[in-house]
Design a protein around this ligand. Structure first.
Ligand code: ATP
Ligand code: MG
Length: 651
């Protein structure tokens, strides 16, 4: 907006300047014409008065040309105007002598009308010659001082020639102009024509008005010269016309030198000014662009800072006062920004370890590299959260501050703990059957001969059971890793539900007998399931194994199935399928344990010394989900537990 206004102002100024300039030129021309007319009028009084005033006027112009040319020589780049300017001082000087020597004034005693005529012709030679040299040396560099010296010497020589009467005679009283004078005028006209031709050649170097001024100045001089070739008396009409033309010619040079010496540089100055204004405008535009880019990147940075998933905290390096933080910090610490900013960073940590964290902060401030340490922060509600803090010193707005990136590692810590648990559970689970196997083998080897066949069978059975256990455990771990790697694939087939359940029950019978647990099965023999029968078999085995393991002695396990069951749960949208329920009476599961019962390696607190890895239900759930089914549990601690498994109809 501001730029547009600025541009308009510059444009309007330009127009106003151009207008005032043309007005000035016009009014000065009008004044000149009036003065010229007044000079002409003096002829009525006397010819001498006319001649004197006309000459003086042209001399004034000549000296003005010199004065302007000389004083503005630094602005005039072309030597043409410098030569013109300097030459006019000397032309004016000779013209002055010519005026003073004019017939009737009788200032130079002993000289007749020949002297002013000689001086005249000398001045015109000098004028035409100077112009010719000026156009020839158009773009040559000329030293102004040397030029003045040259002209001074030249004029001294000329005057010496004239006053010592060596200069050819130009006017003879009674007979008029000499041949030398008339020929000289033609020679001068020739030189001036040459100058015009030369100017025409150089026309591209000048602006049109400048070119016109110079050409017309020469044309008027030519006219003046033509007029002077014709006079017989030094008071004749042709002399009056000649002088008028001469004044016009001088005036045109005056206009040219004014234009070149004053207005041109002003225009140049103005165009430089305009150029620098334009540059300024461009720079302002660049600045505006840079500013908007800066704002954009600032906004990007702010968004990145604000939306970072890790908590970002800026603190004063010397006091530890928190200066800024992002939204993730608010979530991590359960506090809003207003509370956090202004707090001391040590208060982010549990109170009992603040001294340690004070030192850690110091180490972070002193460190030249990015440091990463494990730490703990305390939330508003008093929860302790493990984090890693990556700290680095950064400069914000010229101040050195410390930036801490707080990354919540509680999930990693939990996973680590889980892994530790798994390793210890697995190794414990492995150790038991392996120990039993080793002991059985030792016993068999040492006492083989003295053993009764029944004892031998028993030992072999024990060994077989433990080998199966080892096999099961390794298979469980393998299954879990397959699930994790998403490598588990289903081999679909249709099979009868009752058949599969009966097979498992028969297989588990020995274990049931130990606790005297019996089964009550209520399943229609026609109910069919479609799925991977080996994997579904594994699910039922896991659930039934638990049902026996966690049942009271002499209790009953009920198994029933509902066909065409419409699932009501959110997970499956009212799909049609089969619901199988397993209810056992035993230790049950507490409310606290229920939500975690499907977690890997999770075992309820009431399992006591009942063996297990805590992997069974995690595997069962994964297999059911692969079939787009669902598994859920209801339990009453110390009473009963029911597992419900739903398999939707697969087409
Ligand atoms: P394993 O992987 O060897 O079967 P596990 O039986 O301990 O070991 P899961 O089958 O995954 O592991 O069962 C997880 C936990 O759920 C058990 O440790 C137990 O606490 C609880 N649980 C499972 N079924 C029952 C049940 N029918 N009655 C009571 N608690 C049960
Ligand atoms: Mg189990």
């Amino acid at each position: 907006m501001h730029l547009i206004i600025l541009k308009k102002v510059i444009f309007l100024q330009e127009i106003r300047n151009k207008d005032s300039h043309s007005l000035q030129t016009r009014s000065s021309i009008i004044i000149f014409v009036i003065v010229l007319f007044l000079i002409f009028l003096t002829r009525i009084i006397s010819f001498l008065l006319f001649h004197t005033i006309a000459e003086l006027f042209s001399i004034v112009i000549a000296f003005s040309v010199f004065a302007i040319g000389w004083n503005t020589r630094k602005n005039i780049e072309s030597s043409l105007f410098l030569i013109l300017g300097v030459s006019f001082a000397f032309i004016g000087l000779i013209d002055l002598l010519h005026t003073l020597a004019y017939k009737g004034l009788d200032i130079f005693e002993g000289y007749d009308a020949n002297l002013p005529t000689q001086l005249w012709i000398a001045a015109r030679y000098l004028q035409a010659g100077s112009f010719l040299i000026a156009v020839i040396l158009f773009n040559k560099k000329i030293n102004p001082n040397q030029l003045v010296i040259f002209y001074t010497i030249l004029i001294i020589i000329l005057l010496l020639l004239i006053f010592s009467e060596i200069f050819p005679v130009c006017y003879i009283e009674g007979s008029g102009l000499t041949t030398f004078k008339i020929v000289s005028e033609y020679v001068i006209i020739g030189i001036l024509l040459g100058v015009i031709l030369y100017l025409y050649k150089l026309r591209k170097e000048f602006a049109r008005p400048m070119f016109n001024l110079m050409v017309f100045s020469n044309i008027f001089t030519i006219f003046a010269e033509l007029a002077f070739t014709t006079y017989i008396s030094v008071y004749g009409v042709s002399i009056i016309i000649g002088h008028i033309f001469k004044i016009i010619s001088f005036y045109l040079i005056y206009l040219a030198i004014i234009h070149k010496g004053l207005e041109d540089p002003l225009n140049t100055l103005f165009s430089k000014l305009k150029h620098s204004e334009e540059t300024l405008v461009m720079k302002a535009e660049d600045l505006e662009r840079a500013y908007s880019l800066l704002k954009e990147s600032e906004e990007k940075f702010r968004l990145t800072f604000e939306n970072a998933s890790d908590a970002l905290i800026w603190a004063d390096t010397s006091t530890g006062t928190i200066l800024n933080c992002n939204h993730a910090t608010e979530i991590l610490l359960e506090r809003n920004k207003e509370e956090i900013i202004g707090m001391n960073q040590t208060n982010l940590h549990p109170p009992e370890k603040r001294e340690f964290y004070k030192n850690l902060f110091k180490r972070h401030v002193e460190s030249e590299e990015i440091r990463s340490d494990e730490a703990e922060v305390i939330t508003k509600s008093g929860k302790v959260i493990p984090v890693t803090i990556s700290a680095s010193n950064i400069v914000v707005g010229g101040d050195l501050i410390i930036q801490g990136i707080f990354h919540d590692i509680s999930k990693i810590k939990k996973a680590e703990q889980k892994l530790k648990n798994m390793v210890s559970t697995v190794s414990h689970e492995l150790r038991t059957p392996i120990t039993v196997l080793i002991m059985s083998m030792d016993l068999y080897r040492d006492r083989q001969d003295s053993m009764t066949p029944e004892l031998q069978n028993k030992i072999i059975e024990t060994m077989e059971r433990n080998i199966t256990l080892l096999k099961d455990l390794s298979e469980d771990i393998l299954t879990i890793s397959k699930i994790d790697e998403k490598k588990m694939e289903l081999e679909l087939s249709e099979f009868k539900l009752l058949d599969i359940i009966m097979d498992i029950v028969i297989f588990l019978k020995p274990f049931c007998q130990e606790k005297n647990v019996s089964f009550n099965i209520d399943i229609d023999k026609n109910i069919e399931l479609k799925g991977d029968n080996k994997k579904i078999d594994q699910v039922f085995r896991i659930v039934l194994d638990n049902a026996i393991k966690y049942s009271f002695e002499d209790s009953m396990v009920n198994i029933n199935a509902i066909d065409n069951y419409k699932s009501q749960s959110n997970l499956v949208e009212k799909k049609d399928g089969v619901l199988i329920q397993f209810k056992n009476h035993g230790i049950g599961i507490s409310r606290e344990d229920l939500p975690h019962i499907f977690d890997r390696f999770y075992r309820a607190s009431n399992v006591g010394d009942i063996s297990g890895t805590g992997l069974g239900l995690a595997i069962a759930k994964a297999i059911v989900q692969l079939h787009q089914g669902e598994i859920y549990i209801e339990s009453e601690l110390g009473k009963s537990t029911t597992f419900s498994i739903f398999f939707p109809k697969i087409n």
